[in-house]
Write a protein that binds this ligand. Sequence first.
Ligand SMILES: Nc1ncnc2c1ncn2[C@@H]1O[C@H](COP(=O)(O)OP(=O)(O)O)[C@@H](O)[C@H]1O
Ligand SMILES: C=C(OP(=O)(O)O)C(=O)O
Length: 481
Amino acid sequence: MNAVQSYRHTKIIATIGPATDSPEKLQAMISAGVDMIRLNMAHGTVQWVEEIIAKIRAASAVVHREVAVMMDVKGPEVRTGVVAEDIELQIGDRLELHSAAIDPDAGNVIQPGSYRVSVNYPDLPHDLEVGAKVLIDSGLLHSTVIEKSDRMVSVQIETPGTLTSRRHINLPGTLIKLPALTKKDEADLLAGIKAGLDFVALSFVRQAADVVTLRDFLKSHGSEARIISKIEDHAGVVNMHSIIHETDAVMVARGDLGIEIAFQNLPIVQSKLIEACMQQGKPVIVATHLLESMISSPMPTRAEISDVSNAVREQADAIMLSGETTVGAYPLESIDVLKKIIESIEPSVGSQVNESIHLYTPKAKMLRSSVSLAAELGNSAVVVFTRSGFLAYVLGALRAYKVPILAFTDIPTTFHQLLLPWGVEPFLMDFSDDPEETIQNALQLLRERGFVDPESWLVVITNALADGQIIDSLQLRQAGA
Ligand SMILES: Nc1ncnc2c1ncn2[C@@H]1O[C@H](COP(=O)(O)OP(=O)(O)O)[C@@H](O)[C@H]1O
Ligand SMILES: C=C(OP(=O)(O)O)C(=O)O
């Protein structure tokens, strides 16, 4: 079987953490087929960023396989403050959430059944109404606002649990006014830009303007990084179309999304986000809890196998591991499980090209013809030359099964950014002024790397010289020996 026939279209993203940040583990993960590595800045520091990106690039050089680097900035997160001792909360207990620091002498216990804790968001009492839901500790502790004053919100506890320090608070249905980028985010980003990140994932994107804020920040610091908008609350879902228009890619961040919206709606929202991204030709990542049980077990549950299969059938561009590869006991096994499921499921998905995508320019419309032609020929691939990456992103969005998109670029950042879209295999190569010489160099590289055999058909999207003028052309060639 040649490379065209055994091609994996769905990309794999792995978050890095203590279980995987050694040079050996990084090399093993990259060799195992991870396409992108995510740095979760909810846990990382500025010093770590520089160190880890250098380690990733060094590991790539050892195993001769490149990966993209995504920095997932922490974003506007609301958290409880420090508690002197764990608080055991019972149903009916009252908890005061103070927007100012708590006097350590006063402590967290007011009287049995009544407690207080600070929160890191000064405007909390203004944004929350009596009757609003407050979920503490990533959705574990449910409560409802019963009273509020200028500097404090009082909630009644509805599910028992232990409150420890610095727990994540979700406010389903409440629009919080925290800025899209915090001071920590900006400091992390500056370190990431310096170290050469390829993508920035922005947490809790609520509106298109949040993406613009990040884009302006990146541009003003000379970064070409692409933006992945994490959709993880109700506002993000409501504004999905305008956010997708503004962003470069989307992440269905199911960890928080599953808390912020009714859990039974999560599969519907996932499908809608994937469909909306495919219409606008933007890559989409399905993230979190894909193989959660593999944090401590070498085998996935049957339900997890179905969940991963569903994301592959829905044609997500990429699927992402979090806890499985940060703290899990089986990071490499988790990657292997994803690969096996992708390889089994992809051939079973219908070979209909994405008809819903809106293509505006004549050149973009030509791309649909190129993948249809390649699909009809069989043992075929599309070869494209791209500098901005745009053409290859559209080709990926067309979702042509068994048609590898072999994308050549002469720009290192574009090369890394082409590792995300579905079905795209990027190559970094110098371009010559003579279009034919560039094509010949590309074919030579494909033959050397075993991506084509002499009989493979290649549909080449390229500049051509016609009567001294450069024109766009679509050419049919055989790979040759
Ligand atoms: N055969 C070729 N040899 C050299 N450069 C090429 C060839 N075909 C296309 N290119 C270059 O690739 C790039 C494609 O750019 P463009 O059509 O704007 O798409 P994109 O926006 O994806 O970069 C252009 O810079 C073009 O000059
Ligand atoms: C990816 C997610 O974000 P984080 O891991 O930052 O909570 C998520 O919520 O699914």
